[in-house]
Design a protein around this ligand. Structure first.
Ligand code: HEM
Length: 569
C-alpha cells in the first residue's frame, strides 16, 4: 500500500512538472526580446506607459512569462491582422478568468458560446436599433446638463468634477435604453447599481505591495483566484441577478435588450437552444461592463481635450450651429443630423487615439498555429498594447499632438490597417459602437451649446496604476463657464436684446442680418462701440466715421472688418 502511495505521488508530481513545464524554453526560442516582470511593483505599474516604453526599447514584438504562461506582446499591424482577423479561429478567445459559466457574458465568453452570444447581441445595437433610443438619450443628457450647472453653482471658481457626473450619465443611458428602467443615478448617486458598476473596475486594481504579491501567487494557481476574490465575483453576481429580475418582471414588451433576452429564454424553454438560461441573463453583465466605463471615460477625456484646445472647441461649436442652427436639440436630434457632424467624428476618433479607454486588448491562442516565423503554441496569451500603438511615431507622426484633422472625412473609425484599435478589431470588434457614438455625440453637442469648457490649474487627467483590466480610470476636474451668449441663443433664438443702462444692445447670430450690418449697410454701422477718449489717442481700431475712412485709406495693411460690435450711426 505504501509503495502504491509513493508511486502515485511520483506520477502526480511528474505530470504536474510536465504540465507546468509545457512551455519550457518556448519564448526563449522565439528569438525576440523577453522581459522580466517585477512582481513587487505591479500595483504601481501604469500599463499604458510601460507598454509605450517597451515598444520604444524592444521593437514591435516582445515577450514575457507570467508564472508559467507565455505572453507575446504584438504591436506589429501586419501580424495583428493575421492574429485578430485572418487566423481568428486560432485566437478567438480573450484571456481566461475563472468566473464560471453562469456569469460568463459576451465579453468573457469563449469559442462556441461566444458565437451564440454574438449572434444574440450584435443585432441589438445597429443604427436602426439605436434610432428609437435617441429620445431617451437626449432626456438623460438633459439631466446631466442640469446637474453640471447645479454643481457649478455649488462649487467655487466654477470648477466641476465631471467624472462621477459622466458615470451617472452613461449608466442611466444604458439602463434606460437597454434595460428599460430609470437609472436615477443623479438623484441617488450612491445607489447599489452605481456602486457595483464602479466596483467592477475598482476591485480589479492592485493598490499595495501585499496585493501585488498575493495576485502574483494567485494568478499562478488559478484555483486560488476563486478563493481570494481578485475579480470581484459578487459584482458579477449582482449584475446577473439585476438583469434576471428585470427580465422576469417585465410586463410590456419594448423591443429592447431585455425583451430579446426574454424572447431567447422563451424559445429555450420550447426547445433547447444554443444558450442556457444563465448564459442568456449573464449578457446584462457584459453590456454594463462594456458600456459603463468606456463611454464615461471617453466623454471625460474628450471634455478634457476640448478644454485644453479651445480652437478645436470653437470649430466644433461652429459645426454644431451649422447642423442644428437655433433648433431645439431635444426635438431636432436624428441619426441623419448626427451623421452630418463630421468634424465631431474626427474629434472623437482623435481623442480615442490619444486616450483609448481600453489600453490593452488580449487574445488566447486556442490552436497551435504558425504565422511567418513565429510558432504560436496553444495556451499562449497575445497582448495587444493599444495605447503604445496609438502613441507610436511611425504610425502617427507627432503622436502627442491632438490633431483631429488626422481623421477628417471618416464616418467610422479606421479599420483597414491595425494601427487604430480603440474599438478592437476582427469579429470581436465592439458590439455597441453605434450606441456609444450616438450617446457621445448628443452629450457633446449639448455641452457645447450650454457651456464653454475652460482649462484651469485644477484640470487634471491621470492614468491610475495597478489596473488589471488594463482599463484606465481617469480623475477628471474641469472648469466650465456657461457663456452668456450661448445660453441666450439657446433660449431666445438668433436675435435678442437688452438695455445696458439706457443704451439698447441687440445681439445678432442670424447670418443674413449680420451680413446687412457688417457689409451691405456698413454706412450705418461704421463705428465700434464708443469709449470716451481723446480723439488724438484714437487709432484705426477706435476711430470714428470720417476719421476712420481717412486712416483706413492711408493704411495698406490687411485689415479684416470682423468685429464683435457695431454702433448704429
Ligand atoms: C466609447 C465607448 C466604447 C469603446 C471605446 C469600446 C471599446 C471596446 C473594445 C476595445 C472592445 C474589445 C474589442 C476586441 O477585443 O477586439 C469592446 C468590446 C465590446 N463592446 Fe465596446 N466600447 C465602447 C462602448 C460600448 C457600448 C456602449 C456597448 C454596449 C451597448 C459596448 C459593447 C461591447 C461588447 C458587447 C463587446 C464584446 C464583443 C465581443 O467580445 O464579441 N461597447 N468594446
Amino acid at each position: 500500500m505504501s509503495s502504491f502511495i509513493i508511486e502515485a505521488t511520483v506520477v502526480i508530481l511528474l505530470l504536474l512538472y510536465r504540465h507546468l513545464n509545457k512551455f519550457w524554453g518556448y519564448l526563449e526560442a522565439l528569438s525576440v526580446p523577453m522581459i522580466q516582470e517585477n512582481i513587487f511593483s505591479v500595483h504601481k505599474l501604469v500599463f499604458p506607459k510601460f507598454d509605450q516604453a517597451c515598444l520604444k526599447k524592444y521593437g514591435k514584438i516582445w515577450t514575457k512569462y507570467e508564472g508559467f504562461v507565455p505572453h507575446i506582446f504584438v504591436a506589429d499591424p501586419d501580424l495583428l491582422k493575421e492574429i485578430m482577423i485572418k487566423n481568428f479561429d486560432c485566437f478567438m478567445d480573450r484571456q481566461h478568468f475563472p468566473i464560471g459559466e453562469k456569469l460568463c457574458s459576451l465579453i468573457t465568453s469563449r469559442s462556441d458560446a461566444w458565437h451564440a452570444m454574438r449572434k444574440l447581441i450584435s443585432p441589438l445595437f445597429t443604427t436602426a436599433k439605436v434610432k428609437p433610443m435617441l429620445g431617451s438619450l437626449t432626456a438623460v443628457t438633459d439631466e446631466f446638463i442640469e446637474n453640471v450647472e447645479k454643481k457649478r453653482k455649488q462649487g467655487q471658481d466654477d470648477t466641476v468634477d465631471f467624472k462621477p457626473l459622466l458615470q451617472y450619465l452613461s449608466l442611466d443611458a444604458v439602463a434606460s435604453c437597454a434595460f428599460g428602467i430609470e437609472g436615477n443615478s443623479f438623484q441617488k448617486p450612491e445607489s447599489d447599481l452605481y456602486k457595483r458598476c464602479c466596483r467592477l473596475f475598482s476591485d480589479f486594481r492592485l493598490r499595495s505591495f501585499g496585493e501585488s504579491i498575493a495576485f502574483y501567487i494567485c494568478s499562478r494557481i488559478p484555483i486560488l483566484l476563486k478563493i481570494v476574490d481578485f475579480i470581484g465575483m459578487s459584482n458579477f453576481e449582482y449584475l446577473f441577478n439585476f438583469t434576471k429580475n428585470i427580465g422576469y418582471n417585465r410586463q410590456k414588451t419594448r423591443g429592447d435588450f431585455i425583451d430579446k433576452l426574454n424572447e431567447t429564454q422563451l424559445k429555450n424553454l420550447e426547445c433547447k437552444g444554443e444558450l442556457n438560461e444563465n448564459q442568456i441573463y449573464a449578457q446584462g453583465i457584459g453590456i454594463i461592463q462594456a458600456a459603463f466605463e468606456t463611454t464615461s471615460n471617453t466623454m471625460g477625456t474628450l471634455l478634457h481635450m476640448l478644454a485644453k484646445h479651445p480652437e478645436v472647441q470653437s470649430k466644433l461649436f461652429e459645426e454644431i450651429q451649422d447642423v442644428f442652427g437655433d433648433e431645439n436639440v431635444d426635438e431636432a436630434v436624428t441619426m441623419d443630423k448626427l451623421t452630418q457632424l463630421t468634424y465631431m467624428n474626427a474629434v472623437i476618433f482623435e481623442n480615442l487615439r490619444i486616450n483609448p479607454p481600453v489600453c490593452r486588448l488580449d487574445r488566447t491562442c486556442i490552436k497551435d498555429c504558425k504565422i511567418g516565423d513565429i510558432q504560436f503554441k496553444k495556451g499562449t496569451i497575445i497582448q495587444i498594447p493599444v495605447y503604445a500603438i496609438h502613441h507610436h511615431e511611425e504610425f502617427y507622426p507627432e503622436p502627442e499632438l491632438f490633431n483631429p484633422d488626422r481623421f477628417l472625412g471618416l464616418s467610422a473609425p479606421p479599420r483597414g490597417d491595425l494601427t487604430y484599435l480603440s474599438f478592437g478589431a476582427g469579429p470581436r470588434y465592439c458590439a455597441g459602437i453605434k450606441f456609444a457614438m450616438a450617446e457621445i455625440k448628443i452629450t457633446l453637442l449639448k455641452v457645447l451649446r450650454t457651456f464653454i469648457l475652460k482649462d484651469s490649474s485644477k484640470t487634471k487627467l491621470e492614468i491610475l496604476g495597478g489596473d488589471l483590466v488594463r482599463e484606465t480610470t481617469y480623475g477628471l476636474h474641469r472648469v466650465v463657464f456657461p457663456t452668456f451668449d450661448v445660453a441666450c441663443m439657446h433660449k431666445y433664438g438668433r436675435v435678442w436684446g437688452k438695455y445696458e443702462g439706457v443704451t439698447p444692445h441687440v445681439f445678432i447670430v442670424e447670418p443674413e442680418l449680420l451680413k446687412d450690418v457688417l457689409v451691405k449697410r456698413f454706412e450705418s454701422f461704421v463705428e465700434r462701440q464708443y469709449f470716451p477718449m481723446e480723439d488724438k489717442h484714437r487709432s484705426l481700431v477706435d476711430a470714428r466715421s470720417d476719421a476712420w475712412k481717412t486712416m483706413r485709406k492711408a493704411l495698406t495693411a490687411p485689415f479684416s472688418p470682423l468685429g464683435s460690435s457695431r454702433t448704429c450711426s
